[in-house]
Ligand binder design. Structure first.
Ligand code: GDP
Ligand code: MG
Length: 255
């Protein structure tokens, strides 16, 4: 008995820790979610990455959550691009993205959108992060060399929005919304310091990172959406303006 008691404790099996986490907010995406995930996995396969995908859902009224759960059950292997889904509350892009980022375990985090799933950007961004050239990579649809296949009115709205960010918040780049990738450790405090939810969270993240001295590199991307956005552009304007005013107060006045 004494000998048994002296046995060394068995090592606890370590769950595979992915090197890369891909966070994708999703909302009412039943039409494209399954196909987009299968396609993304196919395009990532040749890269041989250790990665996980976190689908960050809130407020969907269609089968998005059920499809996400089916994907999580089908792709549950932590060593082979495990898919996870979190689901909570009212529609809120920024809140979902933030919670997905905080749940992510990879050294590198990529933020994508389900209608883009731009594996080409993923590869370029990871190369830049791995070489240490930058700690935050922005996929810009407005930088020189970018191509934006969205309708002109949305392209123009993106230019107007970035101009507002420049004027109100001293933003020094060309784009904040959409594709980005970063080193988790370099951005974690910045993510936690962000106050704004919904659409403007992504801008707050980039602007606070710049102000904190994070090295940022923009790369031009080619934007091809798999479908038009579910929420009308003009319906988003009042909340965006309100959030921008709040962010300007928080950064410019309170510091
Ligand atoms: N969780 C969550 N995701 C959202 C919400 N609104 C949009 N998304 C997701 O954010 C990504 C971009 O949304 P999209 O409608 O294409 O707007 P765009 O960024 O202006 O093109 C997609 O993956 C959407 O499913 C939301 O309220 N909550
Ligand atoms: Mg879109």
């Amino acid at each position: 008995m004494a000998a048994l008691n002296r046995q060394r404790p068995r090592p606890v099996p370590q769950l595979a820790q992915p090197h890369i986490s891909i966070v994708i907010p999703v909302y009412n995406e039943q039409a494209i979610l399954h196909a987009a995930m299968v396609d993304l996995r196919e395009r990532l396969k040749p890269l041989g990455w250790s990665y996980e995908v976190i689908l960050a859902e809130n407020g969907s009224k269609d089968r998005t959550v059920a499809i996400g759960q089916e994907l999580a059950a089908k792709y549950g292997d932590p060593s082979d691009g495990q898919v996870k889904i979190i689901s909570m509350g009212e529609p809120n892009y920024g809140k979902a993205l933030k919670q997905g980022i905080l749940l992510a375990r990879g050294d590198l985090i990529i933020c994508d959108e389900i209608d883009l799933c731009d594996a080409e950007f993923h590869k370029r961004a990871v190369d830049i992060l791995e070489t240490g050239e930058a700690d935050l990579v922005i996929g810009s649809k407005l930088a020189a060399g970018a191509e934006d296949d969205r309708p002109f009115v949305r392209h123009a709205a993106s230019i107007a929005y970035s101009t507002l960010l420049k004027v109100m918040l001293g933003f020094r780049g060309t784009d904040t919304h959409g594709l980005k990738a970063f080193r988790r450790q370099a951005l974690l405090d910045v993510v936690q310091a962000c106050l704004i939810e919904k659409d403007v969270f992504a801008s707050e993240l980039v602007i606070r990172a710049d102000r904190a001295g994070v090295i940022i590199k923009e790369v031009p991307v080619h934007i091809i959406e798999k479908r038009p956005p579910s929420i009308n552009l003009f319906k988003r304007v009042p909340n965006v303006l309100k959030s921008l005013a709040k962010l300007t107060w928080s950064i410019r006045v309170r510091g």
